[in-house]
Write a protein that binds this ligand. Structure first.
Ligand code: BGC
Length: 739
């Protein structure tokens, strides 16, 4: 009896051991141990299956082991609608509409890291709810030329600003158990010839300008995945580029995540095996209309790789590394048992979109305080321009969305002012009347058979009889505008808008132009128009944000994340750079001859006056700056120096100011830009309120990249800390020395 009790209790105690949960399914176990446990169980064929796509947007897990597939989605402004298994075409779901957040240029223009975290958290929740493991975004390619069709998906021209803004976005996304996929690594700075541009850039420029935001994304943001770029660098494609992926990303930066190819960016099995690509997507075979049978098996990292392993031409070391990285991502995302649930279309997401839009809109000009407008009972507001009514969330390439709603500028203006004033609309010009992208239809019929002269004449006539005229124009998301796969063909506004704006300016003194774009545009009429607003692409809440700014419900606080040149020839890539490069066999060599002098670095150093400078943005209130004070005149070794300045709101309304710190190296062994952004703080101040803003400067902020030493060097000597409201509006400075 005693013995049998003993045996029973022993058996019970032993039960968990015999039916033991495998380590890889034990969420309390260390991720690296879980990875190794899976590795032991996988066949070579299963590993090969995991490193390439099985559908347009997914890669397989291991069904036998209960390891789920990995689902990805664009990115970066909202969660894209579902497509058919093998195609770009819509799956036709009715529950996959999303909230569209403002484009990343707008986010960068907030100069507010809190907005970036809010953005990442919100879009991450939508991605999680839709059960995505990887969100294909954010993008941080540096704004090199205003012609780049994809600048709207990126964070501007400055590596420091882009670095600070990308980190909280990634963290916000990944808090949801969804991997951010930072793109497009690296040097994807134009869309023209995007698969064949071979970038030639010196190491200093690479490290100082084009890499910092990616490095911050990896090292500070802890990004779990990164997307290779289409273009070539040193004659190797970005998706399997030895220098960028093996040496820098995985070597120097210690990246432990997954390198995802851009869709159709893989071109060679050997390079893909050995040069750091982990997960191949979008190779141009779909197995149905244009591919071979079992097309996914003919991906570069599929059967061709397996055959090389079987023949001994390739070992399995690289394969194991790729699979480990993919498993790591799976454990961080889809296999995380405490993964939050996410949410879609929530009030909070709409509120976030509106708040980010409000903070990112930039008031470029406001002569005579035309804005905010305060119509009186019975006043007439005339809204003119196609972009007042055109849906902008549809189009533009892979960032195109299917939204639950998009408030147009006209709708927002009507809601805000309709009770007091009469709000009327005339078209002014006809631009682009396309009404769908990849099967998502806008439901808008924008066709108008009238001639340009007729439309102009109507606009001028109506403007004469209005108290306020608001022109909403700019670019749109069609090819050769702000759109993937093509670049713009010039800096000017399309569709004869300049003529319309000039004519309206001639008949209306209370006139505002709202430019909707993700790029700088030429404004030959700048002196004739009293108020100009940079409106970006603002997503679902576009009209609400624009009306909040026009009415003064929100006080503008956005600052330009890139320079507006007067003419295209003023901007560095076109003045001395090499655009769109020189044909060299199958590729287009494009030399970044302007080197480190990108954006304001060029304009400042060459003393070229921009149309609107980097960091520029007005407010409905005024801010005065006190005198900057440093806690020491010298900085040595690893010490830091503190610079403080008092900023006061001297106007009548509460507002936010972005206090910007630039460093100028007064004498240096290597040529340096006139000044470089090294700090910023956004502060909210009530009327009369003052706040002391403090910046800490370390040796790192004074360094340049010495290509010969392959390292960062801080040269002793004299420097200046310049503090101001824009790169061309420095209010105070303090000199100091690095010993
Ligand atoms: C774009 C990527 C995008 C991918 C998937 C590519 O054409 O360059 O940014 O994530 O398609 O849609």
């Amino acid at each position: 009896m005693k013995l049998s009790i003993l045996i029973t209790s022993f058996a019970l105690a032993a039960l968990p051991l015999t039916a033991q949960t495998p380590i890889y399914l034990d969420s309390s176990a260390d991720i690296e141990d879980r990875i190794e446990d899976v590795m032991k169980r996988l066949s070579t064929e299963e590993k090969i299956a995991m490193i390439h796509a099985q559908s347009k947007f997914s890669s397989p897990g291991v069904k036998r082991l209960g390891i789920p597939d990995i689902w990805t989605s664009d990115g970066p402004h909202g969660i894209r609608p579902e497509v058919l298994w093998d195609e770009w075409k819509q799956a036709g779901w009715t529950n996959d509409s999303c909230v569209a957040f403002p484009a990343l240029t707008c986010l960068a223009a907030t100069w507010n890291e809190e907005m970036s975290h809010l953005y990442g958290k919100s879009i991450g929740e939508e991605a999680r709810y839709r059960n995505k493991s990887i969100l294909l975004g954010p993008g941080v390619n540096i704004y090199r030329t205003p012609l780049n069709g994809r600048n709207f998906e990126y964070m501007g021209e400055d590596p420091y600003l882009a670095s600070r803004m990308v980190v909280p976005y990634i963290k916000g996304v990944q808090e949801n158990g969804v991997a951010a996929c930072v793109k497009h690594y690296a040097l994807n700075n134009n869309e023209i010839n995007r698969h064949t541009t071979n970038v030639i850039v010196d190491d200093r420029t690479l490290y100082e300008i084009y890499l910092p935001a990616f490095k911050a994304a990896v090292q500070e943001g802890g990004a779990w995945s990164i997307m290779g770029s289409y273009n070539l660098y040193r004659n190797q494609h970005g998706c399997h580029n030895e220098y960028l992926l093996n040496d820098i990303l995985k070597g120097e930066w210690g990246f432990d995540g997954v390198v995802v190819s851009d869709w159709g960016g893989t071109h060679d099995t050997d390079e893909a095996i050995f040069n750091g690509l982990d997960l191949e997507f979008g190779t141009h075979t779909n197995g149905l209309s244009s591919g071979a049978r079992n097309a996914y098996d003919s991906y570069y990292l599929a059967t061709p790789y397996l055959e090389k392993i079987n023949s001994g031409e390739a070992g399995t070391e690289e394969l194991d590394d790729k699979v480990r990285r993919i498993l790591r991502l799976a454990f961080r995302t889809v296999m995380r048992t405490d993964r939050p649930f996410g949410s879609m279309l929530s009030e909070a997401h709409y509120a976030a979109a509106r708040e980010i839009g409000n903070e990112g809109i930039v008031l470029l000009k406001n002569e005579g305080g035309i804005l905010p407008i305060r119509p009186e009972k019975g006043d007439r507001i005339l809204v003119v321009g196609e972009n007042a009514i055109k849906m902008m969330t549809v189009g533009g390439g892979s960032s195109s969305l299917k939204v639950q709603h998009e408030i147009s500028p006209l709708q927002g203006i009507r809601e805000a002012f309709g009770e007091t004033a009469e709000v009327d609309y005339v078209r002014g010009y006809v631009g682009d009347t396309s009404d769908s992208f990849d099967g998502v239809v806008t439901g808008q019929d924008l066709k108008d058979g009238r001639s340009a002269d007729e439309l102009l004449e109507e606009a001028v006539r109506e403007a004469r009889n209005s108290d306020y005229v608001i022109f909403v124009g700019g670019l749109n998301k069609s090819p050769h505008q702000d759109c993937e796969n093509t670049d713009r063909e010039g800096l000017g506004l399309p569709y004869g808008q300049d003529r319309v704006i000039e004519a309206l300016a001639a008949v209306s003194s209370r006139f505002a132009v709202i430019n909707i774009s993700g790029n700088a545009v030429a404004m030959p009429w700048v002196d004739k128009v009293p108020a100009i607003v940079q409106g970006w692409y603002l997503g679902s809440e576009t009209g609400h944000s624009i009306a909040d700014i026009l009415s003064g419900k929100a006080n503008p606080s956005g600052k330009l994340p890139f320079t507006f040149p007067v003419t295209l020839g003023d901007s560095p890539a076109h003045a001395v750079g090499d655009y769109p490069g020189t044909r060299n066999g199958d590729v287009w060599d494009m030399e970044y001859k302007e080197g480190i002098l990108v954006g304001y670095r060029w304009f400042d150093t060459k003393d070229i006056k921009p149309l609107f400078a980097f960091g520029h943005g007005l407010s409905y209130t005024d801010f005065t700056y006190g005198k900057a004070a440093a806690d020491s005149r010298k900085i040595s070794g690893d010490d830091t120096l503190t610079v403080s300045v008092e900023v006061r709101n001297t106007g009548k309304v509460t507002g936010k100011e972005v206090v910007q710190l630039y460093i100028s190296d007064l004498k240096s062994g290597l040529p340096r830009p006139e000044k470089e952004l090294k700090g910023f703080r956004k502060v909210e101040l009530a009327p009369g309120e003052a706040r002391t803003v403090t910046f800490t400067i370390s040796k790192d902020d004074l360094s340049f990249f010495d290509a010969e030493k392959h390292g960062w060097v801080a040269e002793p000597g004299r420097f200046k800390a310049l503090i101001g409201s824009a790169s061309d509006d420095i209010r105070t400075e303090v000199a100091f020395e690095l010993e």
